[in-house]
Design a protein around this ligand. Structure first.
Ligand code: FES
Ligand code: FES
Length: 375
């Protein structure tokens, strides 16, 4: 499907799959500042402005954004020309791991685009769709208030704006339980006398060394790195707790253009390995003809896009011979219980007949002496 979008001021013609999300399209086009978090519209890491409104790109189809104006973090400022919001986030220490930062900045940017003088309550409401596990929100709220003041042309010092205690804010209802301002300036640490020596960094607040990269959406995280020709993997997993694969047909998946490999147990060497931290039992295989739990691996696909890999997975046809499921440990020990590992090539299983993988005994100290010495 052909679409035209205006992304960060540039009109782009794109070819999208009907089920492709706007998040996937933007990251595919190189806008790696649009982060991939929950992909369920909950975390705000993928926030972009669509026609001036902050929207999570993961729950919008690319097709729905046809003809729209999209602003991503890359369109707000650059490392050479930071937007006042990006500058304030860096200066306030509002960027820690920075994964939430682009989404948070987009939410703040859309707020300031239509409200030049927001209250703290309005800032908190605007950031309420952005989950941040690191900052506790105090610094980001201060940073947005400071950037707003700077954009209004007010004199801004290095001191952060005074805000109410976060505990006084009742959350998504957007109301403050108390209007008593916090005493002092929130976020100011008690002053400590530090004798400055040859190292001027002691006693001085330092910005996150990656702050500019993180605030401008430059590739920083592993998922942002896209080597040339990279393929994407997807797994087909078992819907059954215990079954033997009677037949598996991968020809339709293999025939899809852009699919480079479809692997089943027939394609990989049958080498047993231990999945725990101990060397035995070696009772797992990369791909196996038996599935032993819901979610066990059945097939793997490598394709040029995540959507194509998923599409190929949906084309694989598997015929299972169902086996009785074991879901109770005591039932598994019964002499007549079905065997989870009936194959002969697994190694080091303590008692496969009784489904006992192994026994671990740990002795520490001397119990008799412990009792003798106790009062
Ligand atoms: S990735 Fe879109 S809201 Fe979490
Ligand atoms: S800075 Fe780490 S999640 Fe917000």
């Amino acid at each position: 499907m052909e679409l035209e979008l205006r992304i960060n001021g540039v009109v782009e013609s794109v070819d999208v799959a009907p089920q492709q999300s706007l998040l996937s399209l933007l990251r595919q086009k190189g806008y790696r500042g649009v982060k991939q978090g929950c992909e369920m519209g909950n975390c705000g890491a993928c926030m972009v402005a669509v026609d001036g409104v902050a929207r999570p790109a993961c729950v919008l189809l690319a097709a729905q954004a046809g003809g729209c104006t999209i602003t991503t973090i890359e369109g707000i400022g650059t490392p050479q020309h930071l937007h006042p919001l990006q500058e304030a986030f860096r200066n306030a220490g509002a960027i820690q791991c920075g994964f939430c930062t682009p989404g948070m900045l987009v939410s703040a940017y859309t707020l300031l685009s239509h409200n030049a003088n927001p209250t703290e309550e309005e800032v908190r409401e605007a950031l309420s769709s952005n989950l941040c596990r690191c900052t506790g929100y105090v610094k980001p709220v201060q940073a947005v208030l400071q950037a707003a003041a700077k954009m209004r042309g007010e004199q801004v010092t290095g001191e952060m704006p005074r805000i109410f205690n976060a505990g006084q804010y009742s959350g998504t209802t957007g109301t403050l339980r108390s209007v008593t301002p916090a005493t002092g300036t929130t976020g100011t640490m008690p002053s400590v006398q530090v004798r400055r020596g040859a190292r001027p960094v002691v006693g001085v607040s330092l910005s996150n060394i990656e702050a500019v990269k993180l605030a401008t959406g430059q590739p920083t995280f592993t998922d942002d790195v896209q080597p040339q020709g990279m393929l994407y993997a997807a797994l087909l997993t078992s819907p059954h707790a215990h079954a033997v694969i009677r037949s598996i047909n991968i020809s339709d998946a293999q025939a899809l253009p852009g699919v480079h490999a479809v692997l089943t147990y027939k394609d990989v060497p049958r080498v047993p390995y231990a999945s725990g931290t101990l060397p035995t039992p070696q009772d797992r295989y990369c791909l196996d003809y038996i599935v032993r739990h819901v979610g066990d691996r059945v097939a793997a696909v490598a394709a040029e896009t995540p959507e194509l890999a998923q599409q190929a997975i949906e084309q694989i046809r598997v015929d299972y011979d169902m086996l009785p499921a074991l879901i109770e440990p005591r039932q598994a020990l019964d002499a007549n219980a079905p065997r989870i590992h009936s194959e002969s090539d697994s190694l080091g299983i303590m008692d496969a007949q009784r489904n006992l993988a192994g026994r671990v005994r740990l002795d520490e100290g001397n119990i008799e002496r412990g009792f003798a010495e106790s009062d």
